[in-house]
Ligand binder design. Structure first.
Ligand SMILES: NC(=O)N[C@@H](CC(=O)O)C(=O)O
Ligand SMILES: [Zn+2]
Ligand SMILES: [Zn+2]
Length: 430
């Protein structure tokens, strides 16, 4: 295949007149009306929107340990098809990614798949048990160059351990990403605490279990001069806490998932565990506030929390089903539906929340870059007017637990380029 790609007639950030973009040697070589030589692959963009490739700070690739749900390879394919050029693979694997052997393994598997930059997240504590700090320094200095640490799936609830992790992180220049859930407040929790959960007989997961940890961690981070990242913000109250913390100069960033922007606890009525997720789907008021907070920058970015589960862990009684839902291939469309169609964000704003901010938070030098000559060609082309119908069985993930089954959504990823190489085109890999 040619190493030169000419994207003809794309609108950069969805703005202005269509231009031609020549990609060569992994970079954007020319923007305007470049001359085409023989050995150039031409992509007719027809006025579609060109954006920097998306960066997902929160993905579960399940390898090692649960290859029946996802592998680095299948998850990388889902990522490329979703318009991603970099993903961060969470540490709650089996064995846990709490040492340099596991993080280097995941990193190498990502390189072998070659569809997206796979950056392993390291665990904060040994075995995600919340008792003893993992060797953050060794993982940071390993070949995997770990930049984000998280016990995601579990909250680092002991304030002393969290304080030590934050203090240690400053010396390493890394970020601690917290799954904010006070475990004493969510014992047996199954769904958002409220009238609907009580009526259906589900133990409630109160907003305060998230908000109290976020407030505590903002204070700990501020005192330590450390950087904190808040995973999957799900409540209006957390947006308030973040707004307060940012106003007083706390170095805190935050993500919201597509499902918390679009779906609400109305979904409980279905009794279908595909809708079970942690933190749980909240109220319409929460979702509205999360959208506004994302538009305002109180919440920095969108992260998928892509959480594949095999059928036996989802196709069962609600109480025993595992929480989590697929997200990589539907994220752009859900953002288009909730943020672009509503007028809350334009496409430049989408570039900010899905590419630029996450790349900055993670410290990735080659992603989330401006669409300019000389910049790395990590790019995604989106057809903003096209719609598609989500079918779990057709997604690239091994698991099929999408909550959007049968939904028609706007925004289709038509091309993804990683360092100038086509990784996905018209819904197909490579
Ligand atoms: N989000 C989820 O419901 N599940 C995640 C864990 C997590 O993100 O907390 C998983 O690993 O399955
Ligand atoms: Zn989590
Ligand atoms: Zn997660």
């Amino acid at each position: 295949m040619s190493d030169r790609v000419l994207i003809k007639g794309a609108r950069l950030y969805g703005e202005g007149e269509p231009v031609d973009v020549l990609v060569s040697n992994g970079i954007i070589a020319e923007i305007g009306s470049p001359a085409v030589s023989g050995d150039t692959e031409v992509v007719e963009a027809g006025g579609q929107v060109l954006l920097p490739g998306f960066v997902d700070l929160h993905t579960h690739l399940r390898e090692p340990g649960r290859e029946d749900a996802e592998t680095v390879e299948s998850g990388s394919a889902a990522a490329a098809l979703g318009g991603y050029t970099a993903v961060f693979a969470m540490a709650n694997t089996d064995p846990v990614a709490d040492n340099s052997v596991v993080v280097e393994h995941v990193w190498r598997r990502g390189r072998e798949a070659g569809l997206v930059d796979v950056h392993p997240v390291g665990a904060v504590t040994v075995g995600l048990k919340g008792e003893q700090l993992a060797e953050l320094g060794t993982m940071a200095k390993s070949a995997a160059n770990v930049r984000i640490f998280s016990d995601d799936g579990h909250c680092v609830d002991d304030p002393l351990i969290m304080r030590r992790a934050l203090e240690y992180s400053t010396a390493l220049g890394v970020v601690i990403a917290q799954h904010a859930e006070e475990p004493r407040l969510t014992v047996g929790a199954q769904a958002n605490e409220g009238e609907r959960a009580s009526r259906l007989g589900y133990a409630g997961w109160p907003a305060s279990a998230e908000e109290s940890i976020v407030a505590r961690d903002c204070l700990l981070a501020q005192h330590a001069g450390a950087r904190l990242h808040v995973c999957h913000v799900s409540t209006a109250g957390t947006a308030d806490v973040l707004s307060w913390a940012k106003d007083r100069g706390t170095r805190v960033s935050a993500e919201v998932t597509p499902h918390h922007l679009l779906l609400t606890d109305d979904r409980l009525e279905t009794y279908d565990p595909v809708n079970k997720v942690n933190p749980p789907l909240r109220t319409g008021g929460d979702a509205a506030r999360l959208r506004a907070a994302l538009a305002e920058g109180v919440i920095d970015c969108v992260a998928t929390d892509h959480a594949p589960h095999p059928v036996q862990d989802k196709d069962c009684e609600w109480a025993v089903a595992k929480p989590g839902m697929l997200g990589l291939q539907t994220a752009l469309s859900v953002v288009a539906e909730t943020m672009v169609r509503t007028g809350l964000l334009d496409w430049r704003g989408v570039a900010r929340v899905m590419s630029e901010r996450p790349a900055e938070i993670a410290g990735l030098p080659d992603h989330g870059r401006p669409l300019e000559t000389g910049e790395p060609a990590n790019l995604v082309l989106v057809d903003p007017d096209a719609e598609w119908t989500v079918r779990g069985a057709e997604l690239a993930s091994i698991a099929a637990n999408t909550p959007y089954e049968g939904m028609r959504l706007p925004g289709v990823v038509t091309l993804t380029l990683l360092r100038g190489r086509i990784t996905a085109r018209e819904g197909k890999i490579g």
